[in-house]
Design a protein around this ligand. Sequence first.
Ligand code: ADP
Length: 155
Amino acid sequence: MKKIAVFPGSFDPITKGHLDIIERAVPIFDELIIGIGINTEKKNLFPLAQRKAWIEQVTSNFNNVKVADYQGLTVDFCKSVDAKYIIRGLRNAGDFEFERSIAQMNADLANNIETIFMVARPELSHIASTLVRDVIRNGGDVKAFLPKGIMVDIR
Ligand code: ADP
């Protein structure tokens, strides 16, 4: 059976931290689906189409990576694409506390779907989309935090 994993997130925008997790997950699974979760409560900085295009651009060299978007529960999205694994990155203890509850909740909702945590590389563990958005809003240069080739218009 094909081992399919979902890497869910907002990717607003995709950062070097996200890309590192993707590159490390690719060799482990037959297929990796980057799932852009559409959360109507969250105010995104970049439109879905832009976030999707950036992810496609930086993962175009991997033939087993797909990009999709979904609404609703991550476990329901996993079921719809036949994925048995959810990948999440852990940057710090705060991430761990938050992610542990979500993973336990997801295990209650779907006990055949396993959450797999990948620990951030130390040199990338300070990079968060939230901070990147703050820097962008305040006119700072975020090039160092984004994958090569991703240009954001900071006007
Ligand atoms: P969400 O809104 O679901 O937290 P994000 O797009 O912020 O989505 O993050 C998606 C996933 O990527 C999360 O598991 C997050 O912990 C992980 N992640 C984000 N930044 C990094 C980083 N610098 N290093 C490793 N993992 C990261």
